[in-house]
Design a binder for this molecule. Structure first.
Ligand code: ASP
Length: 390
């Protein structure tokens, strides 16, 4: 259906959590200066003939598209698209063409579940062949979890998937939404980074290395154990040496590794005085995997024999327990201290320098289906998508 601006809006399915509305913006010829592959102005003529890049935007919710309501900020269907129509820059020739797929319901990301990750991954896979890059507009609260989960679920990625959002909605005069969106569009359209990334506050981070580090600042994300993949300063600079090589030839089908029967996993942050009883309660069936956020280089209360006994019984039952550090930076070294060695002896495996978000989503994915715990433990300690320093 036409909206009078030359853009087209299509209504789609309206089942809970499914894509709701699709906004197509027209295709333009992209001027040579914005193509990723460096080329001189001599190539300008051939560049003019190139087809404008296209980006698919999965709009899941989050602050970026929220409206002021009497209940506080809340996502309202159609509101983001009306805001986008007012941003003149999005219509410029240098920008990629894009399609917005508005999900229904739009979510505050605190409500995200593994079923939503699967829906986003499947949506990207369904549209994979038609677009040069993908953006997932998402709330910041669980953005690092979704970016991590997508990195494991999308196998054979050869195009960029950029997860972004904002701390201040697009509708406010002062906002970070506009910059985050425009830069994400330019990156997703023009830089063939075959990874799930997170763009925020001028930084392009590897998705499964990212962490929300600030509840208030516009520079809300960081990847403490891995340098940024890129930075948007005067120019958008990509650190190509860090970017993963494409797993498949461009155009090759993308595989979504399903979470058919979501596994039961959890996370537990150790604290001084934690009891063996509390640990036993959380490790009880049906739990299959646990991220143990331990002290320092992965240490726990090794003088508590019952605590160790509970860990050992659980690992013998097949529960996969992965040790991650509570520290923002650094890596687990279970052999450094007796308090780490005893955890390892009880069957706990090292998460090395993985974020707790990456470890949790990796567990969700690895323990889906009938994978043997032994195999899952080996894979948890292996670098599969750049999530840990090998
Ligand atoms: N509560 C919001 C969300 O995560 C916060 C945000 O988007 O910044 O959806």
């Amino acid at each position: 259906m036409g909206d009078g601006t030359g853009n087209t809006v299509q209504g789609t399915r309206k089942k809970a959590g499914e894509p709701h509305q699709v906004l197509h913006l027209p295709m333009f010829i992209l001027p040579c200066s914005l193509f990723l592959v460096p080329f001189s102005t001599n190539n300008a003529q051939s560049a003019e003939k190139r087809v404008k890049k296209r980006v698919y935007i999965a709009y899941t919710g989050g602050t970026i598209g929220m409206e002021r309501t009497p209940r506080g900020y809340a996502p309202t269907p159609g509101f983001l698209q009306r805001q986008l129509e007012q941003i003149a820059e999005l219509q410029r020739d240098e920008m990629p063409g894009f399609t917005v797929n508005e999900y229904q319901p739009l979510l505050d990301s605190s409500n995200m579940t593994p079923a939503h990750w699967l829906r986003i991954a499947s949506d990207i896979a369904d549209n994979y062949a038609q677009y040069d890059g993908f953006i997932v507009l998402h709330g910041t609260d669980t953005m690092a979890y979704t970016a991590s989960a997508l990195s494991f679920m999308l196998a054979g990625l050869s195009k960029p998937v950029v997860v972004t959002g904002s701390q201040i909605p697009l509708c406010e005069i002062r906002n970070d939404a506009r910059e985050n969106l425009i830069n994400s569009l330019l990156i997703a359209g023009n830089y063939p980074i075959p990874e799930v990334c997170l763009y925020f506050g001028n930084k392009l981070l590897r998705g499964n290395r990212s962490v929300k580090v600030d509840a208030d600042a516009l520079d809300a994300f960081d990847s403490p154990n891995f340098p940024p993949l890129g930075e948007a300063g005067v120019n958008i600079e990509i650190n190509w040496d860090l970017v993963t090589r494409p797993a498949a030839r461009p155009g090759h089908a993308l595989e979504v590794l399903q979470l058919e029967d979501p596994s039961v996993v959890g996370a537990l942050r150790l604290f001084p005085g934690i009891s063996a009883r509390m640990l036993r309660n959380i490790l009880n069936p049906p739990l299959q995997g646990l991220v143990l956020e331990a002290f320092g280089v992965g240490n726990g209360p090794e003088e508590d024999a019952e605590f160790l006994q509970v860990l050992q019984e659980a690992t013998e039952r097949g529960v996969v327990i992965v040790d991650c550090t509570q520290c923002l930076k650094g890596t687990v070294q279970l052999q450094d201290y007796a308090s780490g060695r005893e955890l390892a002896r009880a069957g706990v495996v090292s998460g090395f320098d993985m974020t707790a978000e990456a470890a949790l989503t990796k567990l969700f994915w690895l323990l889906d289906g009938n994978r043997r715990p032994e195999e899952a433990r080996v894979l948890m300690q292996s670098n599969l998508r750049g999530e840990m320093t090998a």
